[in-house]
Design a protein around this ligand. Structure first.
Ligand code: SAM
Length: 211
């Protein structure tokens, strides 16, 4: 993630924001994350872990391979890993091209990340490639509201400014459909709306897809 000085500033601001938002994310998502993270193994690959919002839910001494292209995140991620005793390896690469062998891992986690990647279909194809048969992709994402709703209209209206301010995050991605269409053997997907429906990222999905 090189890019212009403006891009680097946005990456740094977003890293700081995610770091500061950690407690709030825990309050909003903690209960649902605990439900889908039950029985995590001792080795996990996470796509776009950011400042490490998920590390508090991993068991101490978990071996975590972090696929994270924004170097401004690394300082926060390393500190969070130390705090929760996670054995962290950062790979400075994008989820669209993961430097791991085929069928080599049993669990991949991704939260609030398919909204931000360049190509969610390609990322899921890579996730499926590195997962063993029967391996699990655990996800939590904000998604586009149904077409024709007032909220969807607001998501469409705000999408450019939002994407600029939040480092490439897309409010109007139909990530639910992308996961359903990615070729997993099974997808257990749940939906929820955040309490304030005025928030443009209120609709969410979370669950587990099995390879
Ligand atoms: C909104 S943040 C979410 C961070 C974290 N997963 C969480 O739940 O707080 C999106 C993250 O995805 C990362 N990201 C952006 N594009 C990516 C890509 N192509 N592949 C992997 N990660 C990417 C960003 O650097 C950032 O860390």
């Amino acid at each position: 993630m090189n890019g212009s000085r403006m891009d680097r500033t946005r990456h740094a601001v977003n890293a700081w924001f995610l770091h500061r938002a950690d407690g709030m994310m825990h309050r909003i998502y903690g209960q649902r994350k605990r439900a889908i993270y039950a029985g995590l193994p001792s080795a996990i690959v996470e796509i776009g872990p950011g400042a490490g919002a998920n590390l508090r839910y991993y068991a101490p001494r978990t071996r975590l391979i972090a696929i994270e292209p924004n170097p401004a995140m690394y300082r926060h991620l390393q500190k969070t890993a130390q705090r929760y005793e996670i054995d962290l390896q950062i790979k400075a690469e994008k989820g669209e091209k993961i430097d791991l062998p085929d069928k080599s891992v049993s669990t991949v986690v991704g939260t609030l990340v398919l909204c931000s990647v360049d190509n969610p279909r390609q990322v899921l194809s890579e996730v499926r490639r590195i997962l063993k048969p029967g391996g699990r992709f655990i996800f939590l994402e904000h998604v586009a509201d149904l077409p024709g709703t007032a909220l969807r209209a607001r998501q469409e209206y705000l999408r450019r400014a939002w994407s600029w301010a939040f480092d490439g995050c897309h409010l109007n991605r139909e990530t639910h459909a992308v996961i359903q269409g990615a070729g997993f053997a099974g997808v257990d997907m749940n939906c929820f709306m955040m309490k304030s429906r005025l928030l443009p990222f209120a609709p969410h999905i979370f669950g587990v897809a099995v390879n």
